[in-house]
Design a protein around this ligand. Structure first.
Ligand SMILES: *Cc1c(COP(=O)(O)O)cnc(C)c1O
Length: 396
């Protein structure tokens, strides 16, 4: 199994993992010395009050937050300040703040899981940090030491450990967020920034039973384009997608199947990566997902599924282009086995129907949760909840 600290080639220019105290990154061709914050400098102010823990059975995603948050400020003159863990509360921002006006902003999504022995684990957190560093570079936000941020997050989870649900299907969702807080209206690299992390307990994604999702596939809206920011978790990508999401609902579908180009390449499902398990044009059994060519968000679940299935070695695993014509032809010829989305929230989410050019394409979905999706769900959640030993999970 690949090491959890593997750095994708695309992150080769990001700061080193080792906390030498001074990271050097190449940005816009300029050498940029960064003194990162240090977890050892954490200033912890505990909350005097403790909120009641929510009932996990009918909890709406991202509506309840824990008692504490991590905040770290940066200025171009002073560099990174000490990280703080403090009571969860509102932020105070200058009304000209560049995150508000120009979406100089990014986020991450990751989870902490509690096992039957009450041990709490994170799943491949360095991969989230690598992706966050890449998004930060794209947003002209300052570099930071990624291992130090994981350590700060671990300390935050330790402080709010009681907020990690005691359940083998619920978890504590973690939302690292990074804002440009430049207090002026010029469209420029921010001179101030705020990195913070909030925690939100979430129930089982499939608490009401796993139902395959229905998708609206149309090229009317595009999620991402070459040279854009679709491969970064930047807020603007998501705000701009909400309108299309509601149009999908108007058409009686649950999510958008995002297409790209004149040949209607299949890119992503809602806010998930997309996998097709089929017999390909050459009759080979293949698990396929679009390549990371700049318009696909490099999902950690996606990467984990690719690594797991390549290790199984039971069928061809391929990062390749897939068009709606490919899919329609394969469905007609009975070559499609399964289609599913992947992401931290759900792990895998089977697709049951696609509305495309006025036609309902029905995707095979035996017993609501098809075989490969079920097996991936089990293998990945076994690692996340510590039922299987793996260097992919990191104890808190
Ligand atoms: C976050 C996200 C994913 C899934 O990434 P994971 O790291 O697996 O959670 C996929 N697509 C989009 C657009 C995303 O924002």
């Amino acid at each position: 199994m690949a090491s959890s600290t593997a750095v994708p080639p695309s992150a080769a220019n990001a700061p080193s993992l080792k906390g030498s105290g001074k990271d050097v990154s190449t940005r816009n061709g300029m050498e940029d010395s960064v003194h990162s914050f240090k977890a050892a400098d954490l200033v912890i102010e505990l909350s005097q009050t403790h909120k009641a823990k929510p009932d996990l059975t009918n909890l709406v995603f991202g509506t309840v937050f824990s008692d504490h948050m991590l905040t770290i400020e940066w200025t171009s003159n002073g560099g990174w300040q000490k990280p703080h863990i403090k009571p969860f509360g509102n932020l105070s921002l200058h009304p000209a703040c560049s995150a508000m006006h120009y979406a100089v902003q990014l986020f991450e999504g990751m989870k902490a899981y509690r096992d039957a022995d009450n041990k709490v684990r994170l799943f491949r957190p360095m991969l989230n940090m690598n992706r966050m560093a890449k998004s930060a570079e794209r947003a002209c936000l300052p570099a930071f030491d990624r291992a130090e941020l994981v350590e700060c997050i671990r300390r935050l989870v330790q402080v709010d450990l009681e907020w990690v649900p005691k359940s083998d299907s619920a978890s504590l969702y973690m939302r690292p967020t990074f804002l440009g807080t430049e207090p002026s209206l010029g469209v420029k690299k921010p001179s101030r920034a705020l990195l913070y992390v909030i925690l939100s307990p979430v129930g089982s994604y499939f608490s009401t039973g796993a139902k395959p999702v229905s998708l609206w596939a149309d090229s009317k809206y595009i999620r991402a384009w070459r040279g854009g920011t679709g491969d970064c978790k930047m807020g603007g990508n998501y705000g701009a997608s909400i309108y299309a999401q509601y149009e999908a609902v108007d058409y009686g579908c649950q999510q958008v199947l995002w297409l790209y180009g004149d040949d209607h390449q299949i890119t992503e499902v809602g806010t998930m990566n997309m996998f097709l398990f089929w017999n390909n044009e050459n009759g080979e059994e293949e698990l396929a997902t679009p390549p990371l060519d700049g318009i696909i968000l490099p999902g950690i679940t996606r990467q984990s599924i690719l690594e797991l299935t390549r290790k199984w070695g039971e069928f061809k695993v391929c990062e390749r282009y897939l068009t709606m014509a490919d899919l329609r032809c394969a469905l007609k010829e009975g070559r499609v086995k399964e289609m599913f989305g992947s992401g931290t929230a759900c792990v895998v989410s089977p697709v049951g129907r696609i509305l495309y050019q006025g036609e309902n394409l029905h995707i095979p979905c035996q017993e609501d949760f098809p075989q490969l999706a079920s097996r991936l769900m089990k293998e990945l959640t076994d690692i996340q909840y510590g039922r299987t030993q793996s260097d992919w999970s990191v104890l808190v």
